[in-house]
Ligand binder design. Structure first.
Ligand SMILES: C[S@@+](CC[C@H](N)C(=O)[O-])C[C@H]1O[C@@H](n2cnc3c(N)ncnc32)[C@H](O)[C@@H]1O
Length: 237
């Protein structure tokens, strides 16, 4: 099935789910890549022990029926699925209509919205936890830093923040990911940690791993997982 056809069908099925379409996604490079990858992304990353361990960290600390924001929620697995199965109230936001359609189908107990997180408003202090797994890489450095600050404000004081990214010193790098062209921007690990601290989070634990996605065109990638807590005072700016 061609990408255009898959996208059209996903939009159609997505409309049937009754989810809120926050904005249009035409022209979003991230949406184009992840619309094309769809369920292949989940299959390629399914064996990530570090991602499962990060979710276990969160699940051990969340209060019952916690409200959790999953930014760049992908197919809903493993993040939204694990949290919803434990009785938490999950809102997933993703710019890819195909991903949102798959997630809505796979994790019916969570809510998913299609939109670019850079322009989705969140109420201050409205989440007990935020998950941000591998969703920063198609944003500029200034946007990554601005988004982190905004997401920390959306956390209640003392709330938890789980983040994972690929900690490379690259800016608008023309790469290939699972056979697709992508432009990638990121920071070296120490700078990611600095950004997270500047945004108002305390880093409670960090873990670096090398992970090879299960895909013929994938290369081993460094991954950084951070587990953080918002302080009791309001973050600056
Ligand atoms: C690498 S995948 C990770 C999916 C999931 N978080 C996981 O770890 O399994 C990144 C996801 O973030 C989404 N994404 C990227 N940029 C986004 C943006 N600006 N707003 C919302 N979603 C975005 C992509 O569509 C994709 O589904």
């Amino acid at each position: 099935m061609g990408v255009r056809r898959e996208w059209h069908d996903a939009r159609h099925r997505y409309a049937e789910t009754g989810c809120v379409l926050v904005d249009g996604n035409h022209g979003s490079p991230a949406a184009a890549v992840f619309d094309a990858l769809g369920g292949d992304y989940e299959a390629a990353f399914a064996s990530s022990e570090a991602h499962r361990a990060s979710l276990a960290w969160l699940l051990e600390r969340l209060p019952p029926a916690a409200r959790v924001l999953d930014v760049g929620s992908g197919t809903g697995r493993p993040t939204a699925a694990a949290l919803a199965a434990a009785g938490h109230r999950v809102l997933g936001v993703d710019v890819s209509p195909v991903m949102v359609e798959i997630a809505s189908r796979q994790v019916p107990d969570a809510e998913f919205r299609c939109g670019d997180v850079r322009s989705v408003p969140f109420e201050d202090g409205s989440f007990d936890a935020v998950c941000l797994y591998f969703a920063l890489l198609q944003m500029s450095r200034a946007e990554q830093s601005g988004l982190l600050r905004r997401l920390v404000r959306a956390l209640r004081p003392g709330g938890l923040f789980a983040l994972a990214t690929v900690p490379l010193d690259v800016e608008d790098f023309d790469g290939v990911f699972m056979g697709r062209s992508v432009r990638v921007t990121s920071f070296p690990a120490q700078d990611v940690i600095g950004l997270v601290r500047d945004a108002g989070l305390t880093v409670l634990s960090e873990r670096s791993v090398l992970f090879t996605p299960a895909h013929p065109d994938a290369a081993p990638e460094p991954q950084l997982f951070l587990h953080c807590r918002r302080g009791e005072t309001a973050p600056a700016g």
